[in-house]
Design a protein around this ligand. Structure first.
Ligand code: ADP
Ligand code: MG
Length: 315
């Protein structure tokens, strides 16, 4: 049986990848060196087995996904990620599982140059809380509150795929080469896209709860409404093929878990924004416009409002 300290040493303590870590794993706290003239951009997300991911998902995907959903929040601010902390709750210490979990986590961390600077391990129901620290030149954050009437509403990638992947998982599919299942279990945070859009977009959010719910957050924060062109919402061919047109649209509108970015963009900057994303192969699709009129129009108004842990609670 692996002790807590052996477990940390074996699976999580590594030579620090990026710079800016004066003292990492092994002491009571980490010592980090933020870049002068920058703001720290900090976010935390908890992934709970059976709530946010299937407990029997491949361990490397669980590790990847736990970090990806936190990094997605930095992407939505246009921030550059630097460090993270992991609070890991485990039911048991299974070496094979931990090795795979750590492999998935570290691989994504390396992709984005993020150093794991510390964490915590406890026993309980399987859950992973990941705190990420990014940086931005002071005052340059892309928030939810900057959209103006007339700005385009644009989204990266395709929507609904993760929801299609969830359906596929529930139907028994286990092949991670499947594009929908991969979208669900191995989401790619749009860090580079968010960074490139920071000076072009006026507002941004990551689509974690579903397009309508997250668009609603931007509208509320910016004091605007939205007109959507339903047919313009980008959806993967595989999703339409598998679920049919109506259900694919429903997945895109309210499915959640996509981790794409929704931005507000002055129309005259569309081509520049698309060009900025072309070299990283991220499509950017306008799906409507923000408006002075409150409310969201152009989509079914009686659809579900996106994922909520506490439906009916105060907004
Ligand atoms: P303490 O009892 O002082 O809180 P811990 O035993 O929780 O210390 O952790 C020992 C060291 O290992 C700390 O530096 C902590 O940041 C690090 N650590 C613990 N769990 C993890 C983890 N899951 N990932 C990365 N570092 C971890
Ligand atoms: Mg501790």
């Amino acid at each position: 049986m692996t002790s807590e300290f052996e477990l940390i040493a074996r699976y999580f303590a590594r030579p620090v990848a990026g710079d800016g870590v004066d003292l990492g794993i092994g002491d009571d706290s980490a010592l980090l060196l933020p870049t002068p003239g920058h703001q720290l951009v900090v976010s935390v997300d908890t992934s709970v087995a059976g709530v946010h991911f299937p407990p029997d998902a491949p361990a490397h995907a669980i590790g990847h996904r736990a970090l990806a959903v936190s990094l997605s929040d930095l992407a939505a601010m246009g921030a550059w990620p630097r460090w993270c902390l992991m609070a890991l709750m485990l039911t048991e210490t299974d070496d094979e599982w931990l090795a795979e979990f750590a492999r998935g986590f570290h691989a994504l961390a390396d992709t984005h140059g993020v150093s794991l600077a510390g964490g915590d391990v406890t026993r309980g129901t399987l859950a992973i809380g990941v705190t990420v620290h990014g940086e931005l030149p002071t005052g340059q954050a892309l928030t939810r509150g900057g959209a103006s009437p007339g700005d385009l509403i644009a989204v990266t990638g395709a929507l609904g795929s993760a929801n299609g992947g969830l359906a596929a998982w529930q139907a028994g599919l286990r092949d991670l080469a499947d594009p929908l299942l991969a979208a669900y279990l191995l989401p790619q945070p749009r860090i580079e896209a968010g960074y490139r859009l920071r000076e072009l977009a006026t507002a941004a959010i990551d689509i974690s709860d579903g397009l309508l719910a997250d668009l609603g957050h931007v509208c509320a924060a910016s004091g605007v409404g939205a007109d959507i062109e339903q047919e313009a919402i980008p959806r993967d061919d595989a999703l339409i093929e598998r679920l049919g047109d109506t259900q694919a649209l429903q997945s895109a509108l309210a499915g959640g878990d996509d981790y794409e970015l929704l931005i507000a963009l002055p129309a005259e900057r569309l081509e520049e924004a698309r060009a900025a994303l072309a070299s990283i192969d991220v499509p950017l699709t306008p799906i409507g416009r923000f408006s002075r009129r409150p409310g969201i129009r152009g989509v079914p108004c009686d659809g579900p409002g996106g994922w909520q842990h506490f439906p009916g609670a105060a907004p």
